[in-house]
Design a protein around this ligand. Structure first.
Ligand code: ADP
Length: 517
């Protein structure tokens, strides 16, 4: 048995390397720059921890979150490996003490946030010690095309300027090819080896459904059919996290809320209760989960539409890290998309705005699509995989009765056409339902002959029809989400092609409408 296999077994306690781990470890040992894209749970930490144990110096790990650093350091210390951090959560004295240990060569790992590299003192210390290599965790934060861009990560181009001979190992769970290229060029990686796992978690069973009212009945049904399992429920707001946790307790499920507004001791308690299985369910905002050290999470539920497919993929990736079958369930509504849009419009600088809106659109399209869920996710990350056939609701639902909505589709397309293909879905639905909306009246759209022609259908039924037209690309979304009719759309408009829709899609839209009125 060679050294690396011995370390894998004796120190980390694993029999075999998982896919890509050995190749990444070898490249790091050979002092090559590497960029590794492995899904959550793929075992990235081991890739950069193991080679250090075959080297004399210290490995510098750059990580965006103190909580992540703490988890990693604890895990390493538990293995009797000396790891510490320098961070704003420690006093100046503590940080100086750690720097001293670094200079004395007493540490194997030092964890720091990217902003540390703005300190000349820190860079000066690094220049005086023997660095094995730099690790950049959550490397997608480097790229403005990614979903969590952080300006401090941009400055990491300094690494190659100050340490031209030290190799860099960058890791992320989520990067499109564009983001991957951007990471490599921003960090000035030198002829880096790229490792990219397929974006496919074949132990996740995916289900997506429109949310009916607040989704609680749906959640209870899910929990009834997945009895005794432990999992995370992600909510949109802190308040919703609290009230849902309470609701679940009242219904006999042991659960607690977790969000950024809780004080640290409560957060630690919830985390420990979950990890040590005193409770089954944590109801959380997205604050929970990064770096969570629990490999047997059996389900992840989202009670509303996530911001991006990157976020979603990362969050569902927390289920089933041990490789056993796990279940993910997403509840969404059109209203979530509207809320998220407002968030993006309000919060983010204009450079990111369009990217943010496009990412949100892709997330919503994922929800309303009829295609294999695994395949949509993979193709979003520019991977090609076959339909999963057995692991998502779209592949397993079998024959669903189809309703012919061709005449409604013609009405819809006609309204798009007559309003000169300059408006979005909501405006078109307003025309069809004969709304007295101010904007509509200002444009004189109450005088169009399609005005009020669709008042027999609910708003949600129209949304279901519009979603289907977008899904099959009968209409395309232009700038500002304006609808443009495609060649296929013209065929439908002229009655030369039919539009069929799954009866359950319309059915759920109707039910949603009834329960909301
Ligand atoms: P990531 O950072 O890619 O999300 P982690 O590094 O946290 O994943 O690893 C996920 C889980 O897989 C951890 O519980 C880890 O101990 C385990 N693991 C990593 N490598 C192996 C391996 N070769 N064999 C078995 N388990 C492994």
């Amino acid at each position: 048995m060679n050294n690396k296999h011995k370390i894998l077994k004796d120190i980390f306690g694993h029999e075999y390397f998982r896919s890509f781990q050995e190749e990444v470890v070898d490249s790091i040992i050979q002092k090559k720059d590497v960029l590794t894209i492995l899904p959550t749970g793929g075992g990235k930490s081991l890739c950069y921890q193991l080679p250090t144990l075959l080297m004399d110096g210290v490995t510098v790990v750059i990580s965006p979150l103190i909580a992540l650093m703490q988890d990693q350091i604890k895990a390493l210390n538990d293995l009797n490996i000396k790891a510490e951090m320098i961070s704003s959560s420690q006093t100046n004295d503590e940080n100086s003490f750690t720097m001293q240990k670094l200079l004395e060569g007493k540490l194997k790992f030092i964890y720091v946030a990217p902003e540390r590299f703005t300190s000349n003192e820190f860079v000066g210390v690094l220049q005086r010690i023997n660095i094995n290599y730099f690790v950049i965790d959550e490397a997608h934060c480097v790229s403005a095309w990614g979903h969590e861009f952080r300006a401090e990560y941009r400055n990491l181009d300094k690494l190659k300027r100050f340490f031209p001979d030290t190799c860099i190992a960058a890791f992320t769970a989520t990067a499109t090819k564009k983001v991957e290229a951007d990471i490599a060029s921003s960090l000035k990686l030198n002829d880096a080896k790229h490792f990219r796992a397929k974006t496919h978690r074949n132990n996740l069973d995916i289900k997506v459904e429109p949310r009916i009212t607040n989704g609680r009945k749906q959640i209870l049904n899910f929990l009834k059919t997945h009895k005794g399992l432990c999992g995370i429920i992600y909510t949109f707001t802190r308040k919703e996290a609290e009230s849902t946790a309470q609701f679940l307790c009242e219904n006999g499920y042991s659960s607690k809320a977790y969000h950024a507004g809780l004080n640290p001791s409560i957060k630690d308690e919830v985390y420990d209760d979950f990890v040590y299985e005193k409770i089954d369910i944590v109801v959380a905002t997205i604050a929970f989960g990064m770096g969570i050290d629990k490999s047997n999470i059996r389900f992840v539920i989202h009670t509303s539409l996530p911001k991006t497919l990157e976020n979603y993929y990362q969050e569902i990736g927390r289920a089933g890290r041990d490789g056993d079958m796990s279940y993910v369930y997403l509840l969404y509504s059109k209203a979530d998309e509207v809320k998220r849009k407002i968030q993006i419009e309000d919060a983010i600088d204009t450079g990111y705005k369009q990217t943010g809106l496009d990412k949100l659109e892709a997330m919503y399209r994922y929800c309303v699509s009829n295609n294999c869920r695994h395949k949509i996710i993979a193709s979003y990350f520019e991977d090609e995989i076959d339909d999963c056939k057995t692991l998502c609701d779209n592949c397993t639902k079998g024959e669903i009765e189809q309703v012919d909505v061709s005449v409604d589709a013609q009405k819809f397309l006609s309204a798009v056409y007559r309003s000169e293909q300059r408006f979005g879905t909501n405006h078109i639905i307003d025309i069809l339902r004969g709304s007295k909306n101010q904007k509509l009246l200002e444009f004189g759209h109450d005088r169009l002959n399609v005005y009020g022609l669709g008042s027999d259908k609910s708003k949600n039924e129209w949304i279901a029809i519009a979603d289907k037209l977008i899904d099959i690309k009968a209409v395309n979304l232009g700038e500002f989400r304006v609808l443009k009719i495609s060649g296929l759309g013209m065929q439908i408009l002229k009655g030369k092609e039919k539009l069929l829709i799954d009866s359950d899609k319309l059915g759920i839209a109707q039910k949603f409408e009834e329960e909301n009125t």
